[in-house]
Ligand binder design. Structure first.
Ligand code: SF4
Length: 229
């Protein structure tokens, strides 16, 4: 798929899904916790778990750093992998308290590449988490890429790179800055709903005509009406 076609596809998907930035209303630290909670989970469960957490405590680096691990595991359990996520979240909270006075202000104020490095220095924060936070919370022009977006990039032949940073660089070249936030969310929704990993729902695909994926399946022809009497 060439770049103009991809941009057209992206506009169609943004228009179809009209994504909302779920992190816009959140405190920056709370949003970072939510991004980690959301890994291997659904939006609905993440939302429920974060609501439950914030109903019990103020989600600040100080409170989370002090919270007993077992209590946090219990609250985050519905989102899955709580035993892996909780030590990560508590370690991040402790580092933010110790190195940044319990605030994320420095991450928001720093130029994007510096802020990205600062985020990557937090324990357990990888490129994807850093890019999602920068994009959704700090409004930076990163183009976060999850498993759904990586699959679409591969299916639509948008990059020959095989690593996160290489694919990410190509995507940023292809997607105008203004479309990266909504584009990121719309592509994830499309990957979850229609262009799924195992069995893409080509029958219902809104960008069928533009798709050049090897996985594209022919649409069933509408049955011929027999007009003979
Ligand atoms: S036509 Fe099929 S393979 Fe192509 S984007 Fe749509 S769902 Fe995915």
């Amino acid at each position: 798929m060439d770049v103009p076609t991809f941009r057209r596809v992206l506009r169609t998907l943004i228009e179809r899904y009209k994504p909302k930035n779920w992190a816009a209303e959140m405190d920056p630290f709370e949003a970072l916790v939510a991004i980690i909670v959301s890994q291997n989970s659904t939006d609905l469960v993440t939302e429920r778990v974060m609501k439950d957490l914030s109903a019990r405590v103020r989600v600040t680096p100080e409170t989370i750093a002090k919270m007993p691990e077992v209590r946090l595991v219990k609250i985050l359990r519905p989102a899955g992998l709580a035993r892996q996520k909780v030590p990560k979240i508590r370690e991040i909270a402790r580092t933010v308290v110790k190195k940044h006075g319990g605030k994320m202000d420095a991450f928001i104020a720093a130029p994007a590449p510096v802020a990205r490095e600062m985020l990557l220095e937090l324990p357990g924060v990888g490129p994807k988490t850093a890019d999602v936070w920068l994009n959704l919370v700090a409004g930076r022009d990163t183009m976060p890429m999850d498993t759904h977006i990586a699959r679409l990039v591969r299916r639509w032949h948008l990059s020959t790179a095989t690593d996160y940073d290489g694919i990410n660089e190509d995507l940023r070249r292809h997607i105008p800055e203004k479309d990266r936030q909504m584009g990121h969310l719309a592509l994830i929704m499309f990957g979850r709903e229609i262009c799924q990993a195992r069995r893409p729902q080509c029958e219902a695909c809104p960008v069928y005509e533009d798709c050049d994926a090897e996985e594209k399946r022919p649409r069933a022809r509408s049955p011929k009406i027999n007009t003979a009497s």
